[in-house]
Write a protein that binds this ligand. Structure first.
Ligand code: HEM
Length: 180
């Protein structure tokens, strides 16, 4: 994944736990990179190693790390570094979610080697939609939950997220029902 993702993990850790913890986490992860460069692609394994090391060092579950990271990605990385892009996503949560399937098209202009997620929105009601998440990567189900929670916070909207389907033998993608 692009370095901006690993940099965001670094920021999240430093903000919540301090710079010393980040050094310990890096040692634990065995990732041998001094500085991540935002617009340079890195092996996905690096991102997974860092997330795993945060969970081990902080003695929290990997799910918790991914949820926190998803929220941070929307509320900090997205809003602070790409404010206008996030704003263009919609005037409210429902609009943003309905536009989600094309959101990464614009990101691809900045990050041409992106391997983006794919989203499909169905069952559009007044106060809920179903978000279908397709990915070439494994294990990011709880990251998406955090992203959806973060979007709820961004629009000051109370959301409930229910996982209706997860990837496995019977299905090739996750489905989340997002209600507000
Ligand atoms: C301006 C804001 C955003 C930027 C700059 C951005 C950029 C990126 C980048 C660079 C990656 C790594 C993929 C790669 O390097 O191949 C990524 C992955 C991802 N993004 Fe975004 N993104 C943004 C907002 C969002 C939002 C709002 C969502 C969903 C609610 C989202 C969902 C995801 C997911 C789930 C992945 C993991 C990739 C996978 O599943 O394979 N992103 N994004």
């Amino acid at each position: 994944m692009y370095g901006i993702v690993n940099k965001a993990i670094e920021e999240l850790v430093k903000e919540h736990y301090g710079a010393e913890k980040w050094e310990l986490i890096k040692i634990r992860s065995a990732v041998d990179v001094d500085f991540f460069i935002s617009n340079e692609p890195y092996d996905d394994a690096i991102t997974y190693q860092l997330a795993g090391a945060v969970a081990d060092e902080m003695q929290i579950s990997l799910s918790e790390v991914l949820i926190k990271f998803g929220e941070h990605w929307v509320l900090k990385t997205g809003r602070e570094k790409y404010g206008s892009l996030m704003e263009a996503g919609g005037n409210n949560l429902k609009e943003f979610l309905c536009n989600l399937p094309v959101f990464h098209n614009r990101i691809m202009l900045m990050y041409p080697k992106l391997t983006p997620p794919e989203f499909k929105i169905t069952d559009i009601e007044d106060r809920s939609v179903c978000v279908h998440y397709f990915s070439k990567r494994e294990g990011l189900q709880e990251f998406v939950r955090g992203l959806l929670q973060g979007l709820g916070k961004m629009y000051a909207t109370n959301v409930t997220i229910e996982l209706l389907q997860h990837r496995g033998a019977a299905a090739d993608h996750e489905v989340y029902k997002v209600s507000w």
